[in-house]
Write a protein that binds this ligand. Structure first.
Ligand SMILES: *Cc1c(COP(=O)(O)O)cnc(C)c1O
Length: 505
């Protein structure tokens, strides 16, 4: 839960040695916000009773425990035009509505007369929190704004730099992101691109893959994997998956190799790496390129090596639902080869080098500087978020075990640590998956099926000539898998497991 501390409440906290509201927020993991535009007012009020330097220090100390909530110029203009309440009160209401906060905490509720948002007095906050904890709210699969308090100050600064510089495409922010991601993924080079999908397409293009070639991949993945192969002009050749990891089964790859095969595109699905050693060995033997679809796997590891550093190319996505998501589309390609790095940079910008001279036919695959600023700011938090996801996965595993639920469903297996749990996937036995999902939906617990139709059975891939039964492990996974909420901020795991227990009892 997130609350806005109104100025009177902040002044009370600053003037009293007893900071019960702050302590309560810390104890209950409630995020407290303060209007950024109120800071000079707070400072002026404090200066009435203390020296300027002391007032600044008191404010700076206090602001360590809360998040400053930014308002836009438009918010301020509309507040000035709306005289139903005091100006600060109108701004507080705007903030609460805009950021979806639970309430305003104030000792002066009369100033908020007529508003439809919750106004809570400081001494009633504890009861308000308890009541909110008891009410069984919606359990979303993901709550993207939940990380805002952690990231906003730095994201705002990065975005302001970009807006003020007027440098919106590529440029220094993108170079900074590329350097940070390369380091994080343990590769020498990275090239920021427009999406995870384009990262895959560019890797194929940089490898010179064209019409008539074949690329081996898995049918149990997001569409972009095989979609990018088709867009490169090549034919996607499917190989079934391993039932424990849901990733391509290396034992089945060699029988799919023909003289036309140019590359293997394994996917690190849900955040666990494919079994890369045998894949790399086969690739070496047959002189094939390995393009990792690591869109769901930033920070995942295979025998101590990071995803993206294992094959010739690593392709990542900054789509907002991925573990490291931007405020829009974006992606990146990692590589160990300086020659491929240079080629990727040229392909990203219409194959142009120098300006208006085109050696290659590339495309507009550029990432914008705003996305780069956002992703760079978020990267600092990624290890912490990954640790939370892994804790949540362990917690689910224990809860399912303790409640005897593993006879009805299988929990995910971490065969190659470390799994980063972009998704926590259970397998529901005896054809009960869809009924369980419906039941959970009725209880306001949101789940998802990744993915209900394997790619070899997608209508658009009919020309590939596959039919039901060709990849039985993938087809079974499509019928049994269910993604449960696992995002770093989730607090309702007990509730999710209790409802699943209710379903099976
Ligand atoms: C998300 C995803 C992609 C595509 O990434 P976008 O940034 O959405 O284009 C590709 N492959 C897999 C496995 C994905 O999950």
């Amino acid at each position: 839960m997130q609350v806005l501390l109104h100025t009177d409440c902040v002044i009370d906290i600053l003037k009293k040695p007893n900071r019960s509201v702050l302590n309560l927020c810390r104890e209950k993991r409630i995020q407290a916000w303060v209007l950024a535009s109120a800071v000079p007012i707070l400072h002026a009020q404090l200066c009435q009773t203390m020296q300027d330097t002391l007032a600044r220090k008191a404010l700076a100390d206090f602001l360590q425990h809360v998040t400053l909530l930014p308002l836009t110029g438009v918010d301020i203009h509309s507040a000035l035009a709306d005289s139903d309440m005091g100006l600060l009160e109108t701004l507080a209401v705007t903030a609460v509505k805009g950021f979806g906060l639970a309430c305003v905490v104030t000792s002066l509720p009369d100033g908020f007369k007529g508003t439809d948002i919750k106004i809570i007095k400081p001494d009633a906050l504890a009861d308000f929190i308890t009541a909110a904890e008891k009410s069984v709210g919606k359990v979303p699969l993901l709550n993207i704004p939940a990380t805002l308090p952690e990231i906003l100050p730095e994201v705002e600064r990065g975005m302001a730099d970009v807006v003020r510089s007027g440098h919106f495409i590529l440029g220094p922010k993108v170079v900074e992101l590329e350097e940070r991601i390369a380091e994080y993924c343990q590769t020498p080079f990275a090239v920021g691109v427009s999406s995870g999908t384009d990262a895959l397409l560019m890797a194929l293009m940089a490898d010179g893959i064209k019409s008539g070639d074949e690329v081996i991949t898995t049918p149990f993945t997001f569409f972009a994997t095989a979609g990018s192969i088709a867009r490169s002009g090549a034919r996607a050749v499917m190989v079934d998956i391993d039932p424990a990891t849901f990733n391509i089964d290396p034992a089945k790859i060699e029988q799919a190799i023909t003289p036309k095969t140019k590359a293997i595109m394994p996917v690190h699905l849900y955040g666990q790496c494919a079994d890369m050693d045998p894949i790399l060995e086969i690739a070496k033997k047959h002189k094939l390129t390995v393009i990792e679809d690591a869109a769901q796997a930033i920070g995942s590891e295979y025998k101590g090596r990071r995803a993206g550093s294992l094959g010739d190319f690593g392709c990542f996505s900054f789509f907002p639902t991925k573990n490291l998501g931007g405020f829009g589309d974006g992606g990146i390609v990692t590589t160990r080869s300086e020659a491929l790095y240079e080629k990727l940079k040229i392909l990203r910008n219409h194959g142009m080098e120098p300006k208006y001279f085109h050696k290659l036919i590339g495309g507009n695959f550029r990432i914008d500087a705003l996305q780069a600023a956002v992703v760079t700011a978020k990267l600092k938090h990624l290890e912490g978020w990954t640790a939370s996801r892994r804790d949540h996965a362990g917690h689910y595993n224990r809860l399912f075990e303790e409640n005897g639920l593993t006879q009805f469903m299988a929990t995910p297996r971490e065969i190659f640590p470390r799994h980063i749990y972009n998704q926590y996937i259970i397998r529901v036995k005896d054809g009960k998956r869809d009924a369980l999902r419906k039941f959970l939906g009725e209880q306001n617990i949101i789940t998802e099926i990744y993915y209900p139709v394997p790619l070899h059975l997608q209508e658009c891939f009919a020309p590939l000539g596959y039919k039901p039964g060709d990849f039985p492990v993938s087809e079974q996974a499509a019928e049994e898998t269910l993604a449960l909420p696992i995002a770093p901020e989730i607090t309702q795991q007990q509730q999710v497991v209790a409802k699943i227990l209710e379903f099976f009892s």
